[in-house]
Design a protein around this ligand. Structure first.
Ligand code: SAH
Length: 210
């Protein structure tokens, strides 16, 4: 799986500006036991480089997109990160391998509880999963060094910009559900203004308005 992700980095370097996966992200991708986060029915496909159904009409993201989003955040061992759309907990686990603390919010209680239990079983003591509306972020855990949103929003939610530290980065798919979506990198400046960069066309489930 990691070498397939490497190959996709090479194919998309012109668009992403990243020639290769960083060493930190590469070892995180190698360490996370993806087969323990997917439903039993998906076990055989756990390490395939594509999205998989996880129940409740939701999907666990493609490993390449998880790696790329994590790389674009430029987080380190001191970072506090917000993950919006816990789903299976896979993106949260990859972040937790690198960052000091990960807050993850999920709108569907069943998915949140399952992911929380699986992440605890896997020993991720630095992840907190909460049932909450991702449009509102998780104010009490912030401000954040990085925010990753794994469901598509029509525009950048203001509360998430607010909860990003100056100098922090957010990766979020922007666009209509079923329409054209772009993975967008948002960089917040010291003066609290922000800059948006379109990285790649992507396809995510929608961030729903609860
Ligand atoms: N990051 C996940 C994949 C997430 S799929 C993984 O690694 O497996 C998108 C997730 O966003 C779904 O679980 C969906 O229920 C959740 N979601 C959709 N709208 C939301 C909202 N407004 N707030 C929080 N979570 C939301």
């Amino acid at each position: 799986m990691v070498s397939e992700v490497d190959a996709m980095y090479a194919e998309t370097r012109g668009e992403t500006g990243l020639a290769a996966m960083s060493d930190e992200v590469r070892s995180a991708m190698g360490r996370v036991e993806r087969h323990r986060l997917v439903p039993a029915a998906q076990l055989d496909a756990a390490y395939a480089n594509h999205p998989l159904p996880i129940g409740a009409g939701q999907t666990i993201s493609q490993p390449y997109i998880v790696a790329l989003s994590t790389d674009l955040l430029r987080i380190n061992a001191g970072s506090v990160v917000l993950d919006v759309g816990t789903g299976s907990g896979y993106q949260a686990a990859v972040l937790a391998e690198i960052a000091a603390k990960v807050y993850s919010v999920e709108a569907i209680p069943g998915l949140a509880h399952e992911a929380s239990a699986r992440l605890a079983d896997l020993g991720y003591a630095n992840v907190e999963v909460h049932v909450a509306d991702g449009y509102e972020g998780w104010p009490s855990g912030g401000p954040f060094d990085g925010i990753v949103v794994t469901a598509a929003a029509p525009s950048i939610p203001p509360a998430l910009i607010e909860q990003l530290k100056p100098g922090g980065r957010m990766v979020i798919p922007i666009g209509a559900s079923g329409g054209i979506q772009w993975l967008v990198l948002v960089s917040k400046k010291a003066d609290r203004s922000f800059e948006e960069t379109r990285i790649l066309p992507v396809r995510f489930v929608p961030l729903v308005e609860p």
